[in-house]
Ligand binder design. Structure first.
Ligand code: B12
Ligand code: SF4
Ligand code: SF4
Length: 379
């Protein structure tokens, strides 16, 4: 089987497995290794030491598989851009990627099947699956495979479909034609639109600068409540997604009252992006049914009274399990500090609850500190 035919077969199999986008990149070092090293040196990874521990692996996928030649990048679409319609009250929102079943499991199972398919096509091939936790710059690999381009908010954007994608990759020593290699035999392939934009850029310029879908737009930078974004870089320490999902200690009081109603993660930079708005075409493209949302928000005052068994019920086969019970309570107070600012009756109620929590020795230091910060934010 020739290299282009192999790519076509793999693309067809990935679509059959339900992936919205698939493409192939050459296995070669990152073009942004220095940007990553700078990001780590500036401490922008916060407490995510696992990012700092394997920088050199991240900048070259061949460290994950010797003799790697190709990276197959896939993307699942989990949301179509429609605005939220959350029931009224003191509700804390869950980021859209975490509203359904845990995406790690959903993507990994199908990547395994795709890996088996590749090994059936190329019997001696070795394959390594990745997906979120592995040391690989997934967005760069996806952009190289022409799945889309990286926006100033650092997420992969697919023109006309937005950034509502989860990514996964297979690294292999099989020699597969990369997506930017002509000829493409599959004219209806989902990546052709991006491929032609990239070809147009190459024809109009001698440099191979990354495809820029942002132009002079700065909407995500302006809308980010914590000022975490500078063009093509996010200071994780300031990002609500980091503060509510990755950060395990007390949240600095400066964030109370400004992060909005987000309880787990944050979607603001995607919600405001012109590329991520729902269009007729993007609604028609739909989402993969396996990502059907189960829970979009929680009652924040209820969370404050939760026990371990309440949490356990909620996190079954869900990405929400990354947050411990004390993080969930801390996050509930963070969201209440914003919501109650515009509701004086709620503010009265929240202040009273916080005064009790702040003095309650059965609550952890982290939750008590959050209660004090909430009272201060509501003064
Ligand atoms: C750590 C991490 C986080 C951290 C840090 C985020 C960040 N921007 O780095 C935190 C906890 C904050 C986070 C938040 C979120 N995350 Co996250 N996260 C990751 C993880 C595990 C590693 C990312 C990483 O390596 N960061 C280090 C930085 C330096 O890497 P980078 O931004 O890719 O760096 C490149 C660019 O800066 C680029 N670059 C540098 N200069 C320039 C200049 C130009 C012009 C261009 C084009 C590029 C460029 O080069 C660098 C190297 O390639 C990835 C999975 C993975 N293994 O990749 C998921 C991942 C990025 N996250 C994802 C998601 C969905 C989210 C959230 C939307 C979740 C949510 N709703 O709450 C938010 C979005 C926040 C945001 N705007 O980034 C998805 C993104 C999917 C997509 N469409 O892009 C990923 C890919 C997970 C997955 N498997 O799908 N995340
Ligand atoms: S996820 Fe929210 S806090 Fe993080 S960069 Fe985007 S808008 Fe800012
Ligand atoms: S909001 Fe504007 S600047 Fe931000 S990623 Fe989207 S297009 Fe780019």
């Amino acid at each position: 089987m020739d290299r282009v035919e192999l790519r076509t077969k793999i693309e067809a199999k990935a679509h059959e497995l339900g992936f919205a986008l698939v493409g192939v990149a050459r296995a070669s070092p990152s073009s942004h290794g220095d940007a990553l090293r700078r990001w780590i040196a500036q401490g922008k990874h916060g407490e995510m030491d696992w990012l700092a521990d394997c920088v050199e692996e991240r900048v070259d996928v061949r460290t994950m598989l010797r003799n790697a030649r190709s990276v197959i990048a896939v993307a699942d679409r989990y949301h179509d851009g429609r605005p939220d319609c959350i029931e009224p009250g003191a509700r804390g929102r869950i980021a859209r990627y975490a509203r359904g079943k845990d995406y790690h499991d959903l993507i990994r199972d199908r990547l395994r099947k795709l890996g088996r398919f590749i090994r059936a096509c190329v019997p001696d091939a070795q394959t390594r699956l990745t997906g979120d936790i592995h040391p690989i710059l997934e967005r760069e690999q996806a952009a190289r495979a022409l799945l889309g381009a990286i926006g100033k908010h650092t997420l992969l954007i697919r023109p006309a479909m937005g950034s509502w994608f989860m990514l996964g990759e297979i690294i292999t020593d099989a020699d597969i034609a990369a997506s930017d290699e002509a000829p493409r035999t599959n004219a209806s392939s989902a990546i052709d639109e991006t491929a032609s934009m990239i070809r147009a850029r190459d024809e109009s310029s001698s440099t191979r600068a990354p495809l820029d879908l942002c132009g002079s737009c700065t909407r995500c930078i302006d809308a980010c409540p914590t000022k975490a974004i500078t063009p093509w870089s996010v200071d994780a320490r300031r990002c609500t997604a980091y503060l509510t999902i990755e950060h395990r200690g007390a949240i600095d009081s400066e964030y109370f009252g400004i992060t909005g109603d987000w309880w787990f993660g944050c979607d603001i930079c995607q919600e405001v992006c012109p590329h991520a708005q729902p269009t007729r075409a993007s609604k028609r493209a739909g989402i993969n049914a396996v990502h059907a949302p189960r829970l979009d928000s929680v009652d924040l005052l209820e969370v404050l009274g939760w026990s371990e068994s309440d949490r356990a019920r909620l996190v079954v086969s869900s990405a929400l399990k990354r947050a411990s019970l004390e993080m969930m309570k801390r996050n509930a107070l963070l969201a209440l500090a914003s919501i109650a600012r515009s509701d004086s009756t709620l503010a009265l109620n929240v202040r009273a609850r916080c005064a009790t929590i702040a003095l309650d020795e059965s609550e952890s230091e982290i939750v008590r500190a959050a209660a004090t910060a909430t009272i201060d934010a509501l003064r």
